[in-house]
Design a protein around this ligand. Structure first.
Ligand code: ADP
Length: 620
């Protein structure tokens, strides 16, 4: 480069003056100039030549400098262009990346100029609302008009909070109206740009359609609420069950303690009075007195066992209802009569029992279970008598109609100790007793009302009570009036009279000596001939061998062969021989089983002499 410039300067020094002179001076002057140089004639020419050379040299230098400068500038420009190109390229890549990201995220863009109050919505932003680009005007109002009224305040507050620099960025979730009219959920996010005075001048953001996510979240939330409710319900149930179990446990313990008391009391009387009976010095009146006590206590025990069996049957779903024609007035009168006979009503001046017939016609009958109906009355009147020291016990009924359904509403009203209000709900629960140890100890197992309630419900009725402490109680129960449509059975009059059966022979199949003795003694006055079999096998053999036997009293639970199997076998050989089952079994449809086997009747132990005689009277 240096060499080129030197050469160039040399050429310029030599040629440029000539060219210059060639162009600027005429030929003569040039010749003169060359001549003068040649001849070195004049100083002027010499100086002017030097001056011209200097001028031209400077000129050349300036051109060269300009050339160098231009080259330098060009290089800088080239570099700048190169950088610009690179910037443009990376901007393009960045834009493409942004576009791709936006397309990928499926978000819409909005850009608000806060100074000029203009706005830009991207195509995707508009399509989210169901519009094509040209359909949706680019202004704020069109957007704000579509925000759900309930979300408006929140949207505005969040937006202005960000513009007031209270938040680093703007974010919101709200509902906005779609072109079709339904609302979609939007997740709106943005960031504002502020000028030097901290005034917002622009805000840019994105819209994400989160309708599906929001709906799922809402569903999830609903499920969560439902789940929480269910968990709460279940927890409450479990708590109640736990409380009930604890209560039941407490009741059971109380029941066992009570039961022990209830069994020991009559047993104590039976054992005590039996011991006293041995005394040879007792006169017949004293003996009668003791026997009465023994009898009473034995009956108490039997009632207790009956209650326990009934509860067990109810809980096992084995208690059966046998509906038949049921004479209401007759049963009520019988029950009241039996209480009059058995309790101390006769001698007690302080308590009166009164029966109020709702219907005077004594032939009024309904179709229900007479045994269970009687049991309900006995339980309620028995309680009224037990818990009433003085006053009146009234028992009656009224026929009522509700929604065209007729029913009888019975009541047993007393003027006894009453039941506190907070105990009314529990009174029908198993083993529940209202403790009143302060005044008097009332005996009882707490089973009677549970059995009564179950029986009433099995007869399709309802039971409830009204009671006030120290005033009295009234127990109500209903039974539907259903007309009896079956064949009217003329109940055979029971014959308790002892007859002379000396021409009859009966076989008693009984393995227990004491039970056999009771039957033998009960039948002594009838003069009947008695044979004994100690098991089922013997019973069959004796019946087959002795044709004189004209009735069998068959125990069911016996060794070798039980009473059912023995009955079946005997019936095969002697189909006309009447066999009466006598058993202590009280569960699992015992009566039905014996009848199926061929027994003609059924006696439940303990067997009262009167019941035994009246039953035998039917067949001998
Ligand atoms: P219990 O064998 O103890 O009488 P119940 O189930 O028949 O059993 O009665 C439960 C409890 O209800 C009784 O212990 C008693 O506290 C109360 N009760 C029942 N009937 C009456 C009544 N007529 N007057 C007062 N309390 C009664």
């Amino acid at each position: 480069m240096q060499r080129i410039i030197t050469k160039l300067v040399f050429v310029i020094i030599i040629l440029i003056p000539a060219i210059s002179f060639g162009s600027k001076l005429n030929l003569n002057t040039a010749i003169l100039y060359f001549d003068s140089i040649k001849n070195n004639n004049t100083i002027l020419i010499r100086y002017s030549s030097i001056l011209i050379s200097i001028i031209f040299t400077l000129y050349i230098i300036s051109i060269v400098r300009r050339f160098i400068l231009k080259r330098k500038t060009n290089k800088i420009l080239e570099k700048e262009i190169e950088e610009h190109k690179k910037t443009a390229q990376s901007l393009k890549i960045s834009q493409e990346r942004f576009d791709l990201a936006m397309k990928g995220s499926n978000d819409g863009i909005w850009d608000r100029d806060l100074v000029n109050s203009t706005v830009f919505y991207s195509e995707r932003w508009k399509s989210m609302l169901g519009f094509i680009d040209s359909e949706f005007p680019n202004n704020i109002k069109s957007f704000e008009d579509r925000i759900h009224p309930d979300d408006m305040e929140k949207v505005m507050n969040t937006f202005h909070n960000h513009l007031d620099k209270k938040t680093n960025y703007y974010e919101n979730k709200f509902r906005i109206k779609h072109k079709d009219g339904h609302y979609i959920w939007i997740h709106d996010r943005g960031k504002a740009i502020f000028n030097e005075e901290n005034k917002p001048i622009r805000i840019v953001g994105t819209h994400t359609d989160i309708t599906e996510k929001q709906n799922s979240e809402e569903k999830l939330y609903q499920y969560q609420i439902e789940l929480e409710e269910k968990v709460k319900e279940r927890t409450d149930e479990l708590l109640k069950a736990k409380e009930k179990a604890e209560e039941s446990d407490r009741l059971k313990s109380a029941f066992l303690a009570n039961m022990s008391h209830e069994i020991r009391t009559p047993m104590n009387a039976i054992i005590g009075f039996s011991d006293l009976l041995i005394d040879p010095d007792l006169n017949s009146f004293q003996k009668q007195e003791l026997i009465k006590h023994i009898n009473k206590s034995s009956n108490t025990l039997v009632y207790l066992i009956d209650d326990i069996i009934d509860i067990a049957k109810i809980e096992a779903g084995q208690l059966k209802i046998n509906k038949s024609e049921c004479n209401i007035n007759q049963i009520l009168a019988d029950v009241c009569e039996s209480f009059f006979e058995t309790s101390n009503l006769k001698s007690n001046e302080l308590v009166k029992l009164k029966l109020m017939k709702g219907i005077q016609n004594d032939n009024f009958t309904i179709n229900t279970d007479p045994v269970r109906f009687q049991q309900i009355l006995i339980n309620l009147i028995g309680n009224a008598l037990k818990y009433t020291e003085k006053g009146l016990i009234e028992c009656g009924y009224k026929v009522k109609t509700d929604k065209n359904i007729s029913f009888i509403e019975f009541y047993v009203k007393d003027t006894g100790i009453g039941i506190p209000k907070d105990k009314h709900d529990h009174i029908f629960e198993r083993f529940s007793k209202v403790e009143d140890s302060k005044t008097k100890l009332y005996r009882g197992t707490g089973l009677g009302l549970t059995i009564t309630k179950n029986l009433v419900e099995m007869l399709n009725g309802k039971i409830w009570l009204e009671s006030e402490e120290n005033v009295g109680s009234t127990f109500y129960f209903t039974i539907p009036v259903v007309e009896f449509k079956g064949l009217k059975v003329n109940e055979q009059e029971k014959d308790y009279n002892i007859k002379n059966w000396e021409n009859n022979t009966i076989l008693i199949a009984e393995d227990e000596d004491s039970n056999y003795r009771v039957l033998q003694m009960a039948l002594k006055r009838t003069n009947v001939n008695i044979l004994r079999a100690e098991n089922g096998k013997q019973a069959i053999e004796i019946c087959k061998a002795n044709k004189k036997i004209n009735l069998v009293l068959m125990d069911i639970k016996m060794p070798e062969l039980n009473g059912i199997e023995a009955t079946i076998e005997i019936k095969k050989a002697r189909p006309d021989l009447p066999i009466i089952a006598q058993t202590a079994y009280a569960m699992q449809d015992d009566e039905e089983k014996t009848i199926e086997a061929g027994c003609i009747d059924y006696l439940c132990k303990p067997i009262k002499t009167s019941v035994l005689i009246s039953t035998l009277n039917k067949y001998l």
